[in-house]
Design a protein around this ligand. Sequence first.
Ligand SMILES: [Zn+2]
Ligand SMILES: [Zn+2]
Length: 271
Amino acid sequence: MIRSSMHNHTDLCDGNNTPDEMVVAAIDAGFTDFGFSGHSMNEKYFNEWGLHDEDAYIKEINRIKEKYKKQINIYVGIENDYFGRTKNSDKLDFLITSVHGFVNSDDTKYYSVDNGAEELIAGIDSVYSGNAMSMIKAYYENLCKAALLDKPDIIGHLDLPIKHNEGNFIFNENSDEYLKIAKDAIRYLSAFSVFEVNTGGMYRGYREFPYPKEELLYYILKESGKVTISADAHSINGIDYKLDEMEDLVKDIGFKEFYIYENGEFKRHRL
Ligand SMILES: [Zn+2]
Ligand SMILES: [Zn+2]
């Protein structure tokens, strides 16, 4: 049983529960290790989902860490977005690097890739003249750039732009063109970070498969990339959503091992 998950949000960013409530739920679910990964902030664009006071967040998670230390290992982290960078890397236990959107050329408007098909399509039309593959290219380039800066513990939801693309509604995610761009990023990122198998999109009913999609998981394996498993929980309900199923899934893909964060570091688990 997987009883560690490092990608979790609270009501200090866009989650529904307090840090205390999340930890109590994690203890009830039998977790031994639990990471908080509040969203980094861009005050121009991320007000609805970023951490409004990162210092207060770090202080609060450290308080929770101390309060529950006999029952569970708690870690304070940030999900660091390319467009809103944390200034507190030195105060954190771990870092997740993610990209959630893109901005227009004069940096006056931000478009999410994961906040609905309508916003994504509007962004592709306005910033990339309707060319979805240009958006995809920029997305993966920005993810690689951010990861190079962060040297993160975890790469968050690698292929997030597919969230609202079920049935290839916006672009053909099975095309050679798309897969080449994603695979180039995988080759680059495999060298220095761990990919998460993220069940957040499944829990919220958008996808039937985790991020990254199956074909990309096969490619991570081919490139000897490392994987970990997390729920990207935004409430106490999704806290351990399908974590054990994901262990079976990566085993079926052919992985011989995966990584679980325990006692302050990633440990290798044989499959
Ligand atoms: Zn995210
Ligand atoms: Zn997240």
